[in-house]
Design a protein around this ligand. Structure first.
Ligand code: CTP
Length: 404
């Protein structure tokens, strides 16, 4: 997913101490394939050298309405049309006031008036300035006009105060800009995904677990996010990095996973249960490490709640997708599991010596009410793309039936 590839980003920088963070934002934007034109207010140069931005973006910084050389190459109206998005980071109280008033005393404010592209503003100022009724009124005006107000964050400020007014981190601003360009079938949908194994403690150092690597669940979360969904990934202990644009909640055992899923369920449209949840947990967890004094130790286990079945049993249930890992009779077992748990769809795979767990490839038999598709052996990332297509198809079909 590189939604910013080839996009024209006009990066406005005004005179705040947070201007140094604009350099990092420019670097991230360029890394994501965007073409970046930095536009600085006159006093912004007191905080960051235009040469820094020029080096990072590969374009001379623009800072004047009346620069004959620049205006001849690309006039300010042309520049306003060139932009696919305008981002002002940092945006001082003064720039915000200019935008709210519609005044155009310099190049940046003029471009904001002349552009039809979306405008995103990342305020950065002293906490008292941010709280001032004038600033708050201006922010209200901009928000009412559809300007995206990013932040500000709360915390320690350069002036020694503590409170709201810190510019958001460049990575957070980048994600907000990307969100503007994400195209996909699941925009506006909320999805909860479980992934990985769970670990059920026996004593402080030992646990019962399984071979799940979490790769399939993480690949699904990544593709769902690329399709525009807001994804919460509840992950057991795995050695994987969080997919871009996904909110990750780490858990250790089945009870924690159950709680985390139910906490994330409000407004959820789709639930994809990919985790290999331990079916049982030790009845007693020893507080101290169990010593090897006895020849035979008996471990008593009790059933864990079935997260997927519990979600599917809710009256306001989302569209539920489950997984089934079987060693034989794949279709029969998977279909009876789908019915028993009341699922909208089940993706079944054979597990054995060389398949399923801990591998990069997999094959799936996907079954829903009245239909099935076999997805052949392929890389889990590619398989996730195919499965998400099927999920989106069935989800759309179901939503259409409910609406009619
Ligand atoms: N699942 C769950 N909570 C559990 C157990 C399983 O959410 N406590 C979900 C898994 O994420 C998966 C599906 O249910 O989507 C698997 O169902 P399950 O009946 O556990 O399948 P198997 O583990 O294959 O069952 P069995 O051992 O009975 O074959």
């Amino acid at each position: 997913m590189q939604p910013l590839r080839g996009r024209h980003v006009l990066l406005g920088i005004s005179a705040g101490i947070a201007a140094y963070k604009a350099a990092e934002l420019a670097r991230l934007l360029v890394r994501e394939g965007a073409e970046v034109q930095a536009v600085m207010t006159r006093s912004a140069a007191e905080f960051i050298a235009p040469m820094t931005l020029q080096a990072l973006t590969g374009r001379p910084v623009r800072d004047s309405l009346f620069d004959p050389q620049h205006e001849a190459a690309m006039g300010h109206i042309e520049l306003a049309r060139w932009a696919d998005v305008v981002v002002i980071a940092p945006a001082t109280a003064d720039v915000i006031a200019q935008l709210a008033a519609g005044s155009a005393p310099d190049l940046l404010s003029t471009l904001c008036l002349a552009t039809e592209a979306p405008v995103l503003v990342a305020p950065a100022m002293n906490q008292a300035m941010w709280r001032h009724p004038a600033t708050q009124a201006n922010i209200g005006v901009l928000a009412g006009r559809g300007v995206d107000i990013l932040g500000p964050g709360d915390g320690e400020q350069a002036c020694g105060d503590t409170g709201p007014g810190r510019m958001l981190e460049p990575t957070v601003i980048l994600a907000a800009i990307e969100q503007r360009f994400v195209q996909g079938r699941l925009i506006g949908k909320r999805v909860v995904v479980t992934a990985g194994p769970t670990r059920e403690a026996i004593d402080p150092v030992r646990f019962v677990a399984n071979r799940s690597s979490g790769k399939m669940g993480f690949a699904l979360a990544s593709v769902l996010a690329a399709e525009g969904a807001e994804v919460v990934l509840v992950a057991g202990p795995v050695a994987l990095s969080t997919p871009r644009g996904v909110k990750r909640i780490d858990v250790e055992n089945a009870l924690q996973m159950h709680r985390a899923v139910f906490d994330a369920l409000a407004g959820c449209d789709l639930f994809v249960a990919c985790a290999a949840v331990a079916d049982f947990r030790p009845v007693d967890v020893a507080e101290r490490k169990i010593k090897k004094t006895d020849e035979v130790v008996t471990l008593q286990l009790k059933r864990n709640p079935d997260i997927l079945a519990d979600v599917a049993a809710r009256p306001d249930r989302p569209f539920c997708v489950g997984f089934a890992a079987e060693t034989h009779d794949l279709e029969d077992y998977a279909e009876s599991k789908r019915r028993a748990k009341g699922l909208d769809m089940i993706a079944a795979n054979l597990v054995g010596a060389s398949q399923g767990f801990e591998t990069d490839d997999n094959a799936l038999l996907v079954i829903w009410e009245g239909g099935k598709v076999a997805l052949p052996t392929q890389n889990k990332s590619q398989l996730a793309v195919e499965l998400v297509k099927l999920i989106a198809d069935r989800f759309d079909a179901q939503t259409a039936t409910q609406d009619s």
